[in-house]
Write a protein that binds this ligand. Structure first.
Ligand code: MN
Length: 237
């Protein structure tokens, strides 16, 4: 048997509510815009855009608690509160009617974003990784298993900073609902047990500052409180 030429490393894991067991994280899919960001009248008037997604590395997942580092190379570090789905069963080309058997549980997380780098990337037609896939860019609550929670869809998703609410919407308002997201991604790649899907954020995204206390949740599923750490020293200092 061949030997590993560098030391192996731990698989990132998420806490599971009510147990000391953990959920191993394989990949992190993040859906692009997926809530109506302004009152648009009858949303049925125009067909929805095709589903778009990007990735974060599995070790971008950290517990949504304690202090989260303010990352380097940004002065526009933004919150995006998102409903998170955990996949527990492999599947390819899953039809919407069959997807729920592939869901292991639900959580709430943050798609943290270096918005200034994202704006630069959009302008230059460049990739989003520096804006989206940095260290600790995906704080996530403990997972709630379907076995105890079922498949809730009725709650509000919300986020506040220093006690002032900035984001609120209904999970039921998702343009691409959970079943459709899972089906669409599974037609793009083989979904695997351990994959997480961040389902998009409602309006109200804004910048965070060192010392901010961030609370977020999905009613009936999970909530969290964390604090933003101090700015890193300037490079070259
Ligand atoms: Mn997002």
């Amino acid at each position: 048997m061949s030997a590993l030429q560098i030391p192996s490393f731990a698989i990132p894991t998420l806490a599971i509510a009510g147990t000391s067991d953990r959920f191993p994280v394989r990949r992190v899919f993040c859906v692009g815009r997926n809530y109506p960001w302004q009152a648009q009248g009858a949303s049925s008037a125009s067909p929805r855009e095709p589903l778009t997604y990007f990735m974060k590395p599995a070790d971008a997942i950290v517990a949504a608690q304690g202090t989260i580092a303010y990352p380097p190379q940004t002065s526009d570090f933004c919150h995006e509160i998102e409903f998170v789905v955990a996949i527990g069963l492999d599947g390819a080309s899953i039809e919407p009617a069959a997807v729920l058997s592939h869901v292991w549980g639900y959580a709430v997380g943050l798609d943290l974003t270096r918005r200034d780098l994202q704006a630069q990337a959009k302008k230059g037609g460049q990739s989003w990784e520096a804006a989206k896939a940095f260290d600790a860019s995906a704080p996530c609550s403990a997972l709630l298993p379907v076995a105890t929670l079922g498949h809730p869809r009725a709650g509000a998703i919300w986020l506040s900073v220093n006690g002032v609410e900035r984001q609120r919407a209904a999970v039921a308002d998702l343009i691409w609902p959970v079943q459709d997201i899972i089906s669409a991604i599974s037609h793009s790649v083989v979904l695997k047990a351990g994959d997480l899907i961040f389902t998009g954020t409602p309006s109200g995204v804004a910048a965070l500052e060192p010392g901010d206390v961030v609370r977020g949740g999905v009613e009936g599923i999970a909530d969290f409180t964390l604090t933003i750490g101090s700015r890193p020293p300037p490079e070259g200092a």
